[in-house]
Design a protein around this ligand. Structure first.
Ligand code: AMP
Length: 403
């Protein structure tokens, strides 16, 4: 894998695909700048070598959120909102081009001097980006003499700027530091992990996680299932789950996964009890119940104390831990305990020498809510991309850099 660390960018104009898709409030103030921060090491390396940088990114889904008259909501989705923060963090001005292609944009990029940084307008203002248009990718390619991809969050998409563009830079393309770190850490979990290897999977829907469970069954020693998706398994076994989340078209699949795990000698562990609530709300009444006997009108919203104890025991004895998806509705105080306790167990296991990777937006959010980011081995920035990696798929953004 060739990374930005292997290249001297002296005199090079590097076209860098970053992920500046940051969350913002209604006044367009950035509420979490970690994606911009994550791109800094690559940008700084290129500048320190004596190169210049053209940054390109998407922001939100402007093609899906058109204005009432059918036009693009440029005010909402402009990357101009990120310029000030990026300049502050880099400690130098970031120039901005209000179009990502076109003569003016090419003029700006071609006149960059070493040490200068230009950010192009939202790539998704053009439909061609998500369609993976070769023609559009070719235009974007004019902005740089070298291509660097540091946008792990979109590496699972074969978009113009994340994959197709790479063919315009034969022998002149590499991984940014963030992308390289993400892949190395994911690879470490999947192929070079110490055993026992435990995957903790949670979140709302089992349908999102079927492929990852299937792929992990041959690799992990333990798979702990928490969150809303656990109830589909209990319902499939004939349990009474009240009003808990369920995907009734996935009952057979749930049974098949359990059987597959049994055959493979993989310990697929389900939570036996839950904290149940009488409504999906902060001020719900709560009780503890067996997941086989949840009363009608009640729903399982967090794993219960017995499940926490059983999961903790497995986590404490693990050498490698992958965690994706919260154990319950951790956004609500009454239902955060399961996620917090499992996070604490992961932290403790890490302190005792285990290697832990936390991945997916919600698990990363939970870890940061509890203030444990520095006490686990690695927190991934990639949601969908990381999931697809663990499903065993080849990521187009990665393949394009290697081909
Ligand atoms: P996902 O995006 O599939 O990882 O799901 C994350 C979301 O699942 C979080 O917002 C949680 O609040 C939610 N969640 C976790 N457990 C439950 C549950 N038992 N019932 C409903 N939602 C849940």
């Amino acid at each position: 894998m060739i990374t930005a660390g292997n290249i001297s960018f002296s005199g090079v104009r590097a076209l860098v695909r970053v992920d500046f898709n940051v969350p913002m409030d209604k006044s367009f103030h950035i509420t979490d700048d970690s994606r911009i921060r994550a791109a800094l090491p690559t940008i700084r390396k290129i500048l320190a070598d004596g190169g210049s940088v053209v940054l390109m990114s998407h922001l939100g889904r402007p093609q899906k959120k058109l204005k009432e008259d059918g036009s693009l909501d440029r005010e909402k989705f402009t990357l101009q909102h990120t310029v000030k923060r990026a300049s502050e963090l880099l400690g130098r001005p970031v120039l901005f081009s209000d179009d990502c292609i076109g003569e003016e944009a090419f003029q700006l990029s071609s006149s960059l001097k070493p040490g200068e940084v230009l950010l192009l307008e939202n790539l998704r203002f053009y439909k061609e980006e998500e369609k993976g248009s070769r023609d559009f990718a070719g235009k974007l390619a004019r902005h740089g003499t070298y291509y660097v991809n540091d946008a792990f969050g979109t590496a699972h998409r074969a978009h113009a700027s994340t994959a197709i563009i790479a063919e315009f830079f034969p022998g002149r393309k590499c991984f940014g530091f963030l992308m390289a770190a993400e892949l190395e850490n994911a690879e470490k979990v999947m192929n070079n992990s110490g055993h026992p290897f435990t995957a903790i999977l949670g979140g709302a829907k089992v349908s999102d996680k079927i492929r990852i469970i299937e792929n992990l069954i041959g690799k992990a020693d333990n798979i702990l299932i928490g969150g809303g998706m656990a109830y589909t398994f209990f319902r499939a076994m004939g349990g009474h789950i009240g009003n808990s989340l369920t995907e009734d078209d996935k009952l057979d699949m749930a049974l098949r996964l359990m059987e597959k795990a049994r055959t493979a000698g993989c310990n697929l562990l389900l939570p036996e009890d839950s904290v149940i609530g009488d409504k999906f709300d902060h001020d719900a009444s709560t009780r503890i119940a067996s997941n086989r006997e949840i009363p009608d009108g009640w729903m399982g919203l967090d794993i219960g104390p017995e499940s926490i104890r059983a999961f903790e025991k497995v986590v404490h004895s693990s050498r490698t831990i992958l965690w994706n998806g919260p154990m319950g509705v951790f956004e609500m105080k009454k239902f955060e305990e399961g996620t917090r306790k499992i996070a604490e167990a992961v932290v403790q296991a890490t302190g005792n020498g285990a290697w832990s990777l936390i991945g997916g937006g919600d698990s990363a959010a939970a870890i940061s809510k509890f203030g444990f980011e520095k006490q686990v081995s690695y927190v991934s920035t990639g949601g969908g991309a990381l999931l697809e990696y663990f499903e065993g798929k080849t990521l187009p953004g990665v393949k394009a850099l290697i081909d």
